[in-house]
Design a protein around this ligand. Structure first.
Ligand SMILES: *Cc1c(COP(=O)(O)O)cnc(C)c1O
Length: 425
C-alpha cells in the first residue's frame, strides 16, 4: 500500500488501485506515501533504463517486479532522451523525441503499459484533450489489446499538426471533433462517467493527467540526470527550470530531488496564467480566469498537481519556498526568446521559450549551472514559430507523414445524448 490520498489521508491504496481509480474518497488524488532515497551507485549509473527501473521500483514499493518493470520501461521509453549544452552553464533537457513530440509521451506510454498489465477485462478510455495529451494517449494506447480509446477535442481549436498526429491512427483509437470548446469536451466526458447505463455497459476509465502512473514515469528522467549529463552531488544542477501548466512535471522533479537527484533548486516558469507565482509572493491561492497564450498547453489557472506539492511540504512550508520558486513570463518575453534562440540556430517551441527566458535575461546568473526542460519539439508549434519569426519552419518526417494521411475523426454535436449513442454503439 504505497499511495496516500492527499485529501483523505486515512485512505492508502496500492499502485494498481491508484492507477485504475485515480480519484479517491473526497475527490482526492494520490501521492507516494514514502519517498525513499535511491542508492548512490544507482544515482551515478550511466544507464537510463537501469535508473528508470530502480526509480519505479522504489516509488511503487516493489509492487511491480524489476523483471516486469524491465519490459515496461523498454517499451514505454523507446525513444531518445538528450541534454544539449548551449553554453557551459546553460543546458537543455530535450524531452520531445517521442512519437508525439512532447514530454507527455513518457507519462502516457508508461500509463498504457500499466493499464495493459493491471486491467484484464475489456476497457474503454474516454478523454478530452486540448492538444498534446490526446496525441500522447492515442499513440501510447494504439494497438493495445482489450482497450478502446475515445478522444474528444474541440473542432477547429487545435493546430492542424496536433490534429493529424492523433486523428489518423484508426484501429482502437476513435476521435470525435466536437462542435464546442475544450470545456464542453470535458463536460461531455464527465457526463459519460456519471451516466449509469454507460458506466455499466462499458468498463470506463480515464487517462487523466493526475494518474500516478504518469507522475512516476516523469520522475525517471530527473533521477537519470547524472546519466545524461555531467552532474553529481559534488557538482549539481543549481537551478532546474520547468515550464509549468498543471505542475505535473514540476511535481515529478520535486520527487526526484527528494530521492537524491543532484538538483539544488527548482524554478517553475509559467505563462500569464500565474496563480502559482502569485501564491509564492502573497501566500494566497487566488486563481483568475484562464488566459489564452502562445504556450497553450500551459494555459491552466488552477493547476491540479500543486496540491501534491503543498501536501509534500505541509509540515514545513518554509522549506517549500527554499526549494522551489516560481515566475511568470509574458507573451512579449516569450516571442523575444523564440527569436533570440532561432537566431542562435536553436529553434524552441513557445513552452520551452518560457523556461529559457529565465536563464537568458530575467534572472541571469552567470555562475549558476542551469538546466531548462524542453517540453515540446519546435515543429509541433510550427504555426506559432512561423508567426513570430516570419519564416518557414522545417517539420520532422513524422509530422509530414501525418499531414498526408486522412483524418478519421467523426463530427459530434455538443450534446451528451449523441455521445451516449456513439459510446453504446
Ligand atoms: C503539458 C505541457 C506542459 C505543462 O506541463 P505540466 O506538467 O502540466 O506543468 C508544458 N509544455 C508542453 C509542451 C506540454 O504539453
Amino acid at each position: 500500500m504505497s499511495f496516500v490520498n492527499i485529501s483523505q489521508q486515512k485512505q492508502v491504496v496500492s499502485f494498481k488501485q491508484a492507477v485504475l481509480s485515480p480519484i479517491g474518497e473526497n475527490r482526492g488524488i494520490y501521492f507516494p506515501k514514502h519517498i525513499k532515497k535511491l542508492d548512490k551507485d544507482i544515482l551515478s549509473s550511466k544507464d537510463f533504463n537501469a535508473i528508470a527501473i530502480e526509480t519505479l521500483y522504489n516509488l511503487t514499493s516493489g509492487e511491480l517486479s524489476k523483471e516486469r518493470l524491465t519490459g515496461m520501461v523498454k517499451r514505454a521509453f523507446n525513444f531518445p532522451l538528450t541534454v544539449k549544452s548551449l553554453t557551459p552553464k546553460q543546458h537543455v533537457l530535450e524531452l520531445f523525441h517521442g512519437p508525439t513530440l512532447a514530454f507527455k509521451d513518457f507519462g502516457a506510454r508508461f500509463l498504457a503499459e500499466c493499464m495493459t498489465h493491471f486491467n484484464h477485462e475489456k476497457a474503454t478510455i474516454v478523454t478530452a484533450t486540448s492538444g498534446d495529451t490526446g496525441a500522447a494517449v492515442a499513440h501510447a494506447f494504439h494497438g493495445k489489446p482489450n482497450i478502446d480509446v475515445v478522444i474528444l477535442y474541440p473542432k477547429g481549436k487545435i493546430s492542424k499538426e496536433q490534429e493529424q498526429l492523433f486523428c489518423t491512427l484508426g484501429d482502437n483509437i476513435h476521435t470525435l471533433k466536437v462542435d464546442g470548446d475544450f470545456d464542453d469536451c470535458q463536460s461531455l466526458v464527465k457526463q459519460a462517467f456519471n451516466d449509469e447505463e454507460v458506466a455499466q455497459t462499458l468498463n470506463l476509465n480515464s487517462a487523466n493527467s493526475i494518474n500516478v502512473a504518469r507522475l512516476v514515469a516523469q520522475v525517471c528522467y530527473y533521477t537519470a540526470l547524472p546519466a545524461l549529463m555531467n552532474v553529481s552531488n559534488d557538482s549539481p544542477i543549481d537551478r532546474l527550470i520547468v515550464p509549468s501548466g498543471n505542475f505535473g512535471n514540476l511535481t515529478a522533479a520535486m520527487i526526484a530531488k527528494a530521492m537524491g537527484a543532484p538538483i539544488n533548486h527548482l524554478i517553475a516558469a509559467t505563462n500569464k496564467n500565474d496563480t502559482v507565482p502569485r501564491f509564492f509572493i502573497s501566500k494566497q491561492w487566488r486563481p483568475k480566469k484562464t488566459q489564452r497564450t502562445l504556450s497553450n498547453a500551459m494555459d491552466v489557472s488552477q493547476p491540479n498537481n500543486f496540491a501534491r506539492i503543498l501536501y509534500y511540504y505541509q509540515e514545513n512550508l518554509e522549506q517549500l519556498f527554499e526549494d522551489i520558486s516560481a515566475t511568470s513570463i509574458n507573451e512579449i518575453q516569450t516571442r523575444r526568446t523564440i527569436r533570440q534562440y532561432a537566431q542562435q540556430h536553436y529553434p524552441v517551441d513557445p513552452h520551452t521559450a518560457v523556461g529559457l527566458e529565465v536563464t537568458s535575461t530575467l534572472f541571469r546568473d552567470k555562475k549558476s549551472n542551469d538546466l531548462v526542460v524542453a517540453t515540446a519539439h519546435p515543429a509541433k508549434f510550427a504555426d506559432v514559430l512561423e508567426d513570430v519569426l516570419q519564416e518557414p519552419v522545417k517539420r520532422p518526417q513524422s509530422i509530414l507523414d501525418a499531414m498526408n494521411k486522412t483524418s478519421l475523426s467523426i463530427p459530434l454535436a455538443n450534446e451528451f445524448d449523441d455521445l451516449k449513442d456513439y459510446l453504446l454503439r
